[in-house]
Design a protein. Structure first.
Length: 563
């Protein structure tokens, strides 16, 4: 559709055009081939990375494939479209190829040159520290999670069995690679610890990530490093499959612990181990003041502070397995927004963890989320029986704003009489940008683009300017029914194009009836030009920095319509 400026942000309606026909694909990472479309089903064998396969059937986030003499189920996220006689280039090999599913299946996500991932997995610990063989599986799982988040292979860096010096170097490299308004996925699988640390002020009980040489990257250092990245990035998602529970290990284990499960916590001998920690990183995320940028973070920990995260030697960390299953198709869009938030993914993952330990006499550990739990990570069609919700879609968009940008939309009064009053508003922004006003009326039946419109297309605002709306030539009057209208103000670095999603003229405004496709498409409109996604190198040019930024600030308000 000409003029349509959409980037797919996740799993949006993966459908086979004809499920009876086999489609050619290749694997982006090695995969266990399962007997059924279920991660707990029997493993029939293994298909290797880059192997060509035929896709025979699709169910949820799984595909039934034929790989040589092996037929079974793998995750959809592991499949990429076969291009060319010899299988084509790896997805994202040039820094910007879209991650496209097999022929007849819709795109999973566009590989965004603005997205980066660092995946760290530690298994071969030294000096008597327990090894974690499941982390070898976590590496592939984390790669698929990064893929679901739109990170291209060219921007996905993997490091295994790192010592402290190497881990610091990897974080330095990540900080250097991130450009203004980029997105970051950080993954760590290995041991955690709770130790006494000196942070420059006083001795304290601190949480830490343990490197293979038995050294610790303490929470204050990780917080400082992420803060430096956050000064540039518009979104940071950290998934840490480790635990810091100290002496809680024995409380997690039943009378006949399964030999394939290992606690991912290291208790150092001597006086350096402690029990009650103060985590600098998670405490700092409690600051949610406007402009702080803290809503740009989400920190996902495999276990709560008094629990033990578990490693399965045959499949990987339980939290990682569950998160991959959910982001790969198992999670439900509970609010009808056509997006999956962190909290919806958490609600999906937790029962899966409980199921994995039920027969092993372990207590389940509970995923802990700090930061913006409302952040939308991927897209998904609303579930059968769940009505599409235009308001939930606006809330997803609001939760996805760049929190470093402060936008205020202020109505001139809290309520308006139907058919009598005129609505007037003032808008201010901490950053320059293009202004868009999306409204959900009190009936909830449509998205209305109020501004810009046919009579007023000049929608640029300067930082610190107050923009009074409506301007001459157009007006907003409440038309009923009694109830609340909701208006989302977006101030975007680059122009956004709503013309390609089927909006219909309604006077000077544009309108789109609420539906599953509408709630999806509204969220897929992006400000970044498609030309920005063709390679990493181009983004480094200062001249295209604003054009290639999809960052925006936002404010969501409600108005009361009364008789």
């Amino acid at each position: 559709m000409k003029g349509r400026n959409l980037l797919l942000g996740g799993l949006t309606g993966l459908l086979l055009a004809n499920p009876t026909l086999a489609d050619s694909a290749r694997l982006v990472t090695a995969q266990a081939v399962h007997q059924a479309a279920d991660m707990s089903s029997a493993v029939l064998g293994k298909a290797e990375r880059a192997q060509s396969v035929e896709v025979l059937q699709r169910s949820g986030g799984w595909a039934r494939i034929r790989a040589g003499t092996l037929t079974g189920w793998v995750r959809m996220l592991a499949l990429a479209k076969q291009t060319g006689a010899e299988g084509g280039n790896p997805a994202g090999a040039n820094g910007g190829n879209p991650l496209v599913m097999v022929t007849g299946i819709r795109e999973v996500a566009i590989a965004k040159a603005s997205a980066h991932a660092l995946i760290v997995t530690n298994n071969n610990y030294r000096n008597g520290i327990t090894k974690l063989p499941g982390t070898e599986h976590d590496r592939g799982s984390a790669l698929l999670i990064a893929r679901a988040l739109g990170v291209p292979e060219a921007n996905t860096h993997q490091a295994s069995d790192v010592d402290l010096e190497t881990l610091r170097a990897e974080l330095d490299r990540l900080e250097t690679a991130v450009k203004p308004n980029d997105e970051v996925f950080l993954y760590f699988s290995g041991h955690g610890a709770r130790m006494l640390a000196e942070d420059g002020r006083a001795d304290r009980c601190a949480e830490a990530l343990v490197t293979v040489d038995g050294q610790a990257l303490f929470d204050n250092e990780l917080a400082e490093r992420l803060d430096k990245i956050a000064a540039k990035a518009k979104r940071i998602v950290a998934l840490i499959d480790a635990c810091h529970s100290g002496g809680a290990t024995t409380r997690a284990v039943g009378t006949a612990a399964a030999s394939h499960l290992t606690g991912k916590v290291w208790t150092k001998s001597g006086g350096e181990t402690c029990t009650k920690s103060t985590n600098v990183l998670t405490r700092s995320l409690g600051d949610k003041s406007p402009g702080s940028g803290r809503q740009n973070y989400v920190y996902i920990a495999a276990a709560q502070s008094d629990e033990v995260a578990l490693d399965d030697s045959a499949h990987g960390g339980l939290a990682t397995q569950a998160w991959l299953e959910c982001i790969g198709g198992a999670a439900r869009d509970l609010d009808g927004s056509s997006g999956l938030s962190v909290s919806e993914l958490q609600a999906c993952a937790q029962p899966l963890i409980a199921g994995m330990v039920k027969s092993a006499n372990f207590l389940p550990h509970h995923i802990s989320v700090t930061g913006n739990a409302d952040m939308r990570l991927v897209g998904k069609e609303p579930e059968p029986g769940v009505e599409p919700s235009a308001l939930a879609t606006l809330r997803d968009l609001h939760a996805g704003r760049d929190d470093r940008r402060v936008v205020h939309l202020v109505p001139d009064q809290p309520s308006y009489r139907i058919g009598q009053d005129r609505v007037r508003m003032s808008l201010s922004s901490s950053h320059n940008g293009y202004v868009y006003l999306l409204m959900i009326g009190s009936d909830g039946k449509s998205f209305d683009l109020l501004y810009p419109n046919k009579r007023d297309r000049e929608n640029w605002i300067r930082a610190g300017q107050v923009l009074n709306l409506p301007r001459s030539g157009w007006a907003i009057r409440p038309g009923g029914p009694v109830g609340k209208d909701h208006i989302l103000a977006i101030v975007s670095d680059a122009p956004r194009d709503y013309s390609g999603i089927g909006m219909q003229a309604t006077g000077p405004f544009s309108s789109l009836a609420t539906s599953a496709s509408a709630t999806r498409d509204i969220q897929l409109v992006t400000a970044a030009s498609p030309s920005c996604e063709t390679g990493v190198a181009k983004r480094a040019l200062q001249i295209v920095e604003d054009e290639c930024s999809d960052a925006y600030g936002a404010d969501l308000i409600s108005l009361e319509e009364i008789q």
